[in-house]
Design a protein around this ligand. Structure first.
Ligand code: SF4
Length: 91
């Protein structure tokens, strides 16, 4: 007797995850009420932050974090003594 074929059995299933790099973005923001101008953000991540005329941190550019800068963005968040930096993740 012939064995019944089971197409697809044992094969990996197609990947159906919809969160692609194009639809996922990370932005940084600084709460000016909390920032005391310690400068760690723009020392650690000069591509994402800069300083204003009085030394307070400000977001550089359009606040979007390129994928290859995400680790330094998180470093800046964890090193801000005032917890003034937030990462906003949008899917
Ligand atoms: S590290 Fe924090 S407190 Fe210091 S300048 Fe940057 S945002 Fe402001």
């Amino acid at each position: 007797m012939d064995r019944v074929a089971h197409p697809g059995r044992g094969r990996p299933r197609p990947h159906r995850h919809h969160c692609t790099e194009e639809s996922y973005s990370v932005k940084v923001q600084i709460d000016p009420q909390r920032c005391h101008g310690h400068g760690r953000c723009y020392d650690l991540a000069p591509g994402l932050f800069s300083e204003d005329d009085e030394g307070y941190g400000q977001v550089a550019g359009d606040s979007a974090v390129p994928p290859d800068q995400e680790h330094v963005a998180r470093l800046a968040v964890s090193n801000c003594p005032e917890r003034a930096i937030d990462l906003v993740e949008e899917a």
